[in-house]
Design a protein around this ligand. Structure first.
Ligand SMILES: [Zn+2]
Length: 274
């Protein structure tokens, strides 16, 4: 264990009574918030900041199964909308569309009957072009093929979601035609390939500065059920169910346990205003 992980664990254990008290209060009030997690790539080779090893992933998923009800995004939204929740709840999502997820993570999740939403960038998968963020690291990595996406989409536990055409920073796109192409047209093309209605969207990068109010409006108008961000926070019961904040599936188990233990620090950042 690294020194940093050790320090996080010490902090988590020292603050355990406060967290336990906080959780008890939330539970009593029927206000236990909903977590959503996002992962990218599960693989043992070519580690980078958006990958984690098979063993790290297995450890996190097993822990989540013990501590949480793992549900799909639609059930998360139902619990948010209901105005009352006492069950620790999490949903699991993946962004981008990396080929290696088909080797271990996806079969493992299907075997455990864990629902996931798998957000795909169409240009990089359909045209087999590595992501710029991997090229920039000098490590172009394989993306899912169209055939893999079709196969994944056939599982009853996997819903395919949209993640734009070229993975741009949508916070910087103000041209309406470009925005429609990245957000809507590419989603319709994905729909045609996987032969499944695309109901959810995840903003590339997903931090506050990468979000776009016009894109939120377009998604609502076009009948999407929700849009995911990466603002590191939980989702309050009774809050806006359309905008779903997600916690990074960090390789550090200590950090994940710290974030997902109902510590009040996870609701400090506001949602995006659109
Ligand atoms: Zn992405």
């Amino acid at each position: 264990m690294s020194l940093k992980s050790h320090l996080i664990d010490c902090y988590r254990i020292a603050s355990f009574p406060a967290r336990k008290w906080n959780f008890a209060k939330l539970k009593q009030a029927g206000q236990v918030p909903i977590y959503s997690m996002f992962y990218h790539r599960i693989a043992d080779k070519h580690p980078n900041p958006w990958s984690m090893s098979r063993a790290e992933f297995e450890q996190q998923i097993s822990w989540l199964q013990q501590k949480f009800d793992i549900v799909d995004l639609e059930e998360c939204q139902r619990r948010i909308r209901s105005g009352s929740n006492r069950i620790p709840t999490v949903s699991i999502t993946f962004d981008d569309g990396y080929a290696e997820n088909c080797d271990y993570a996806i079969p493992m999740l299907i075997e455990r009957k864990i629902p996931i939403t798998y957000f795909v960038t169409t240009h990089n998968t359909f045209d087999q072009v590595p992501f710029q963020h991997d090229v920039d690291l000098g490590q172009p990595l394989a993306t899912n093929t169209m055939d893999e996406l079709k196969e994944i989409a056939r599982s009853e536990f996997i819903e395919i979601g949209a993640h734009t055409r070229t993975h741009p920073d949508l916070g910087k796109i103000h041209d309406e035609a470009r925005l429609i192409d990245e957000v809507i047209t590419s989603s319709r093309e994905l729909e045609a390939v996987v032969e499944q209605k695309i109901r959810y969207f995840a903003f590339p990068f997903g931090q506050r500065e990468n979000l776009n109010a016009a894109a939120f409006k377009l998604l609502e108008q076009e009948g999407f059920l929700g849009a995911c961000t990466t603002i590191n926070r939980w989702n309050e019961i009774g809050g806006d169910p359309f905008q779903i904040a997600r916690v990074h599936g960090d390789p550090s188990f200590a950090r994940i346990r710290n974030w997902l233990s109902f510590s009040a620090e996870l609701d400090k950042q506001p949602h995006f205003d659109y």
